[in-house]
Design a protein around this ligand. Sequence first.
Ligand code: AMP
Length: 418
Amino acid sequence: MQFTDLPLSADILKAVAEKGYTTPSPIQQQAIPAVLAGRDLMAAAQTGTGKTAGFTLPLLQLLAEGRTQGRKVQANQVRALILTPTRELAAQIAENVALYGKYLPLRSTLVFGGVKINPQMMALRKGVDILIATPGRLMDLYQQNAVRFNQLEVLVLDEADRMLDMGFIRDIKKILALLPPKRQNLLFSATFSNEIRTLAKGLLNDPLEVTVTPPNSTVERIEQWLYPVDKSQKAALLIQQINEHKWQQVLVFTKTKHGANKLTLQLEKAGITAMAIHGNKSQNARTKALAEFKAGGVRVLVATDIAARGLDIQQLPQVVNFELPNVPEDYVHRIGRTGRAGAAGLAVSLVCAEELKELVGIERLIKQLLPRQVIAGFTPQQPLPVTTANSKAPRAVAAKRPQARDHRAGQRSVSQKH
Ligand code: AMP
């Protein structure tokens, strides 16, 4: 199938062709005709599947058609609302909207927190056809009468699971209550937990359900290694590996913001240029870090999972898990940053004995044991226990974790089966 086989207008096909895409991805093949036909959609799809164009292309077309039929947006009104968890993701969607909509007479704007609200209020004054927003800032704008939803035709919730993880459920419910009941709804989520299903039930009307499963093939293409190491030696081992292999562009994941900052300082001290990217950084600092990393001016980008989610960094030769994530699916997201588009990728995890529980969860999810390699000079004093295909999470470690988190992690791995 080609893009030209889809019922998309010449203006949109032209922009797609200029971007160099010829074949729609599976999610695009399924979602585009359904959305154009006005249906609600419930899609299990992660970043990397082409989901953004999957909803952006038909959305642009519907809105442009409405325009030619005389539907004009009024002051402070919005015809389509795209809600997304992070600023980076919002910015990327906005870029896509601008790109694919460049031959269409539609207005779009982007709003998120952490920057001044006034310019955003100004941008909304005349009304916009498409508003891309993070939930918290959207509520602020609503409360200040800068945005109204009487003309809303389409709602897109992108990365709904992440929005719930980030605690946006109350904002989302408040926003939903403000929207006209007659509208089209598109829901995207990497996983479908019970919580998401409940949200979907109250939101969607006879939706088309689409599931696309990218991770396995991605995981298989990536060379994965586990280096057992004591916690206190992790930074030294990372520095040694960067120097020894002369890695020029490494994405390193830490579990916490504090950990990201600390590691960045340690790398800098060792003469390796590094920048941290996480939720506490201002939008400018994050954008700057990403741009410098992409341009090759910074060798190491240290990121937390939430900050890295949706970042458009592709085909990185190396990804390092400085700490394993709590949520096993995040491991797959993280390593999916390397080895895209057939290029060889290397994902290395530095794992200490305290991380056994996380390791077992990951190996169970990816249905393989990570091959281990002890690096000379870094043999752990506290050995990492051997795992087997049916390893159980160690009870003693599990008991140290807060109950709520464990409960959540369990739910997510159940939902992965969808
Ligand atoms: P997404 O899953 O929306 O984050 O998209 C992942 C990446 O795939 C982005 O860099 C897109 O620009 C790219 N992409 C989206 N659709 C296509 C397509 N049909 N052909 C090739 N690349 C695409």
